[in-house]
Design a binder for this molecule. Structure first.
Ligand SMILES: Cc1ncc(COP(=O)(O)O)c(C=O)c1O
Length: 407
């Protein structure tokens, strides 16, 4: 028997050398709440989960069938980096029927989740030192992606009076040299608010004149209430600076399948393709076959039912919170979130969330995850659970606040 000499030597010392840019990346603080909630559940406590930013519904059976059928047929190899041609065509068709937008399949890139689309698009645009303007609060990962590329984040505070969104006016007010791109989401996470189409178009035109890109995250489109689903791509006279991000995660209910896409102007397609080849090679093949099925009319009809369920939940939760005397300044028009100003109750939203969880078993997300501006005064409530649980949660929050105020 051969004995390797090295096996007998002591393990060499090694000092970790993690890159400082990676060291500076912030975690999702909600994971702490989630871990505490799970620990309480393990002790037998019942928890109402309103911290989770994904639909509670499982993905549709047609998705599972199409994906497993494809896998059984041996369709388990890489697709082209830009995505399965049939899926790109189907999405282009979907833009026509669902959004009344003319989009060419050639401009669509399929990615592993929209997270990768965001990362790859920013990689295509940002040189070290370039500035990216975005709202505070906003989806946290965007700031991290910009910093990983050594870009500079210009986080513009947005208030309830502004519907927690950037506008043409705020772009003009905060304009400065070196801004390479502006990022918005409509509807937004964590506020659920939208930017009207005329405003979005005006912002795109202003940015084109400034030679800056406009990255519009439409991942919560489809999940809008009392208004039609809309895409900025429906405008015929859109300048070539607009990039749309979307996903199968939220409206299509396929978070775990890790599939998203972006729609980019012609001049960006070759660089996105090259970056994709190097960064992820191709999005998961069975997921792409599953996605083909979810774009069929029957599946879309089921998703419309789910959208209505979310609308009922939003109405119930919003009304219950107001009846309980909690001031919600903005009625969100989409996604599955309410952003609640708790400044009358606490100066530390994170502690408030931790105490509420311990006392009443209701899990919420502290504002800190979404930025700095008034982050300690806000919490996000996700209505990704059933209506009766939402009603119960408001009752528990009310009892907690009563005891809290009394103490
Ligand atoms: C605004 C927004 N954009 C993008 C994402 C990323 O989602 P995914 O990678 O699942 O498509 C999320 C996830 O919560 C989000 O809220």
């Amino acid at each position: 028997m051969l004995i390797h000499v090295t096996d007998t030597l002591p393990k060499p010392e090694f000092s970790p050398q993690i890159a400082h840019i990676a060291q500076a990346v912030q975690p999702f603080h909600v994971m702490k709440i989630l871990a505490q909630a799970k620990a309480l559940e393990a002790q037998g406590r019942s928890i109402i989960h309103m911290e989770i930013g994904e639909p509670d519904f499982a993905s549709l059976p047609c998705v599972h069938q199409a994906a497993s059928q494809a896998a059984a047929q041996g369709l388990t190899h890489y697709t082209p980096t830009m995505g399965l041609p049939a899926l790109r065509e189907k999405l282009a068709e979907f833009y026509g029927t669902f959004y009344h937008a003319t989009v060419s399949a050639n401009n669509i890139m399929i990615t592993p989740g929209s997270s990768t689309a965001l990362q790859i698009v920013l990689t295509a645009l940002i040189n070290p030192g370039d500035k990216v303007l975005l709202a505070d609060p906003a989806y946290p990962c965007n700031r991290q992606f910009v910093r990983l590329l050594q870009g500079k984040v210009l986080a513009v505070p947005v208030t309830d009076e502004q519907g927690y969104q950037l506008s043409l006016q705020s772009l003009k007010a905060h304009w400065q040299a070196g801004i390479k791109a502006v990022m918005v989401a409509s509807p937004a996470n964590p506020t659920g608010t939208v930017i009207e189409q005329a405003e979005l178009l005006a912002m795109a035109q202003f940015l084109a004149e400034k030679d800056a890109y406009f990255i519009v995250d439409e991942i919560y489109q489809g999940l809008v209430y009392g208004r039609p689903a809309e895409s900025i791509l429906a405008h015929d006279n859109l300048p070539d600076n607009v990039i749309v991000i979307n996903s199968f995660s939220k409206f299509f209910g396929m978070t775990g399948w890790r599939l998203g896409w972006c729609v980019a102007p012609d001049h960006l397609i070759p660089v996105l393709d090259r970056l994709g080849q190097n960064i992820f090679l191709a999005a998961p093949t069975p997921s792409q076959y599953g996605a083909l099925a979810v774009l069929e009319d029957e599946a879309l009809a089921e998703l419309e039912q789910r959208r209505q369920t979310f609308e009922t939940r939003r109405n119930t939760l919003f009304n219950a919170m107001q009846q309980a005397g909690f001031s919600l300044k903005v009625r969100p028009q989409g996604a599955f979130y309410l952003y609640w100003d708790v400044s009358e109750l606490t100066e530390d939203a994170e502690q408030f969330c931790a105490d509420l969880l311990q006392a009443k078993g209701v899990a919420l997300t502290p504002g800190r995850d979404f930025g700095d501006y008034q982050a300690k005064q806000h919490v996000r409530l996700a209505y990704t659970t059933e209506v009766d649980k939402l009603v119960l949660a408001v009752q528990y929050i009310r009892e907690f606040v009563k005891a809290f105020k009394g103490s």
